[in-house]
Design a protein around this ligand. Structure first.
Ligand SMILES: CC(C)(COP(=O)(O)OP(=O)(O)OC[C@H]1O[C@@H](n2cnc3c(N)ncnc32)[C@H](O)[C@@H]1OP(=O)(O)O)[C@@H](O)C(=O)NCCC(=O)NCCS
Length: 173
């Protein structure tokens, strides 16, 4: 398995991988395609195994108002048949050692149990606009003390949350 920067050739393979890793949603694939189309600054790597892209990781700019304040790790995916074999961990650890990443403030919206093992810690400020009370928002090398809503590239949009089913009010006896 080798890890390399995303090229024109591996981009298309990365879209296919994202679709397989997130089968019930087009969100991640569309997001990455739009970020590419719009030429947003990104740091991206893929894992290649016998000519196939089996994992993908991307970082995009994080903003405090109009100022850069770090990078968002998103999205990250491993092909379903290669998950839980340490590939995601290897790719993430590789990315965290890279020059463009290793001294940056990093943010991630994800499973705390997964990302904490790589040095991310729960984040209270800044506030993630896509989370509830920052319950799944973590950071690394984050020295923010003031509260603000961290900015993402405009291609990141809130996922449509299905309306909650209406429940009949129960009368208290
Ligand atoms: C989440 C994901 C990137 C992890 O990659 P992976 O290669 O499967 O992970 P690893 O094999 O390196 O996992 C290392 C450990 O994390 C655990 N882990 C994996 N996914 C986890 C999750 N969602 N929450 C908590 N722990 C998780 C594994 O059980 C494993 O634990 P162990 O070392 O105690 O056995 C991958 O499972 C995936 O692509 N999932 C679907 C897409 C997704 O959810 N992406 C992340 C959000 S953008």
């Amino acid at each position: 398995m080798k890890i390399q920067k995303v090229t024109d050739e591996t981009r298309v393979k990365a879209y296919a991988l994202l679709q397989r890793a997130f089968p019930s949603s087009d969100y991640e694939t569309t997001l990455v395609k739009k970020l590419h189309e719009n030429g947003r600054p990104m740091h991206e790597w893929v894992c290649i195994h016998v000519g196939k892209v089996i994992a993908y990781i991307a970082f995009t700019n994080a903003y405090h108002g109009n100022e850069l304040c770090g990078l968002h790790l998103a999205p990250m995916a491993v092909a379903p048949d290669f998950q839980k074999q340490g590939i995601g961990s290897e790719l993430l650890r590789f990315a965290l050692r890279q020059e463009a990443i290793k001294n940056q403030t990093l943010f991630v919206l994800g499973e705390p149990g997964y990302y904490q093992r790589f040095g991310f810690a729960p984040c209270t400020v800044p506030i993630c606009p896509f989370d509830n009370n920052n319950a799944h928002f973590l950071s690394m090398r984050n020295e923010s003390t003031v509260s603000f809503v961290v900015g993402y590239e405009p291609e990141f949009v809130p996922l449509a949350i299905p309306p909650r089913p209406k429940t009949k009010k129960r009368r208290l006896r």
